[in-house]
Design a protein around this ligand. Structure first.
Ligand SMILES: [Zn+2]
Length: 108
């Protein structure tokens, strides 16, 4: 019997790539969100925010990036890029460590 093994492998590889890409996109989004919320907290931007909800809660309610913008705080692109990348790297690193920890647990 013959079958198109390459096609099947290719399909599986593509499916795996899609899963990875979706996960990594979500990780970048999360890194951006975490950065914005850390910056918003750092600058205490709720104090200058137009939204009463933010001022009342004494923190950003909801979208921290929007809160920063409303407070008139802009962070240079290169700084943002570097710090978001650090957060992303941390996420990947800790996932790898978690993976390695499970592998170790399997070995012993
Ligand atoms: Zn706000």
């Amino acid at each position: 019997m013959i079958w198109d093994a390459e096609f099947i492998e290719e399909r599986e590889r593509n499916a795996q790539e899609n899963v990875k890409r979706t996960q990594f996109d979500a990780d970048w989004d999360a890194a951006n969100a975490q950065f914005a919320s850390e910056m918003a907290e750092h600058f205490g931007c709720f104090r200058a925010c137009r939204l009463r909800a933010c001022r009342r809660a004494r923190r950003c309610t909801g979208d921290a990036a929007a809160c920063l913008k409303r407070a008139g705080i802009s962070i240079p692109y290169d700084v943002t890029y570097r710090l978001v990348e650090d957060i992303y790297a941390e996420t990947q690193q800790s996932r790898r460590e978690a993976e390695e920890a499970t592998c170790d647990a399997d070995t012993y």
